[in-house]
Design a binder for this molecule. Structure first.
Ligand code: ADP
Ligand code: MG
Length: 279
């Protein structure tokens, strides 16, 4: 695989949509693997107590393993929690265990409860790992775990399933992103929208794609993720589709998506360079 340029600074991308089953986890792990295969060093942070991202990356995550839970409540340092993918040395993961299920409630009474993930993964703590991309996989809710992910990131990636009611709940998500931006993290923005589970044989899929494109414009990737059995089978083997079937359409679509996202960095960096010089 051709290499892609490293971003000038680390990019932290939160993958959010409070609707379940839209492809958040699938997109987080496959995009991470696609970037890693193309030379990037990538850290996936699993923030869903279900631990599906950890499973899909072949990362151990039974209860008691140092995980995103210990990180959030301050019992562990980042370095205690990071594991390496068995398939790619450039792909790292902070797993989620079932212990995270209680965090939503435990966090409520904690100091600086919205900023705990951000503090835990700040530059100094990740310094030794030389990470280009951090991908945070959110649970299907807008609670404190998702808020922590939104505070820690600069970018939000919203996966949208090409199905009925695709945009249901997205208004609520955008309002929450707006609130976090206004009060906690002014740099936060929706950088990327990915259309998932696209079935080219149906008219509906095209209608949804068109509606999403008219709503989000440039943020929507040209690469569309097809509905594919290979994509859904891969996690059962503790693999991403990039390892499970590298030549499949699903794998290709995530490679394309990764290249597009990487290209956008340089575009925005070029565009914003004069402004920052002037400050
Ligand atoms: P979420 O994290 O938003 O809940 P998942 O990524 O877990 O969603 O996806 C939900 C289900 O859909 C999973 O069983 C997953 O394997 C399946 N799935 C996701 N993307 C695809 C795809 N492109 N083709 C086929 N199945 C998919
Ligand atoms: Mg998920």
């Amino acid at each position: 695989n051709a290499q892609i340029p490293r971003p000038h600074e680390q990019r932290i991308i939160t993958i959010a949509n409070q609707k379940g089953g839209v492809g958040k986890t699938t997109t987080a792990v496959n995009l991470a693997a696609a970037l890693a295969i193309q030379g990037m060093r990538v850290l996936v942070i699993d923030l869903d107590p279900q631990g599906n991202a950890s499973t899909a990356l072949g990362i151990e995550h039974h209860s008691g393993i140092p995980s995103s839970y210990e990180l959030l409540i301050g019992e562990c340092a980042v370095s205690d929690t990071i594991q390496q993918s068995p398939h790619n040395e450039r792909l790292l993961c902070i797993p989620a265990t079932i212990d995270l299920a209680g965090a939503e409630i435990e966090l409520v009474s904690m100091v600086a409860r919205e900023g705990r993930l951000k503090a835990a993964i700040q530059e100094a703590n990740l310094a030794g790992y030389d990470i280009d991309y951090v991908m945070i996989d959110c649970p299907p809710s807008l609670g404190l775990l998702t808020v922590n992910a939104l505070v820690a990131a600069k970018e939000v990636l919203i996966p949208i399933q090409c199905e009925y009611y695709a945009l249901e709940g997205v208004g609520q998500l955008l309002r929450n992103i707006g609130l976090v931006q206004a009060h906690l993290n002014p740099e936060l923005h929706v950088s990327t929208v990915v259309l998932t589970m696209y079935d080219g044989r149906t008219k509906l899929a095209d209608q949804v794609a068109e509606e999403v494109r008219s709503h989000f414009g440039e943020a929507v990737l040209r690469a569309v993720i097809p509905r594919s059995v290979k994509v859904s089978e891969a996690p059962g083997y503790g693999m991403t589709v990039l390892d499970y079937d590298p030549g499949s359409r699903g794998a290709m679509s995530y490679l394309d998506a990764g290249r597009e996202i990487a290209a956008r960095t340089s575009a925005r960096q070029t565009a914003s360079a004069p402004a920052s010089d002037a400050q």
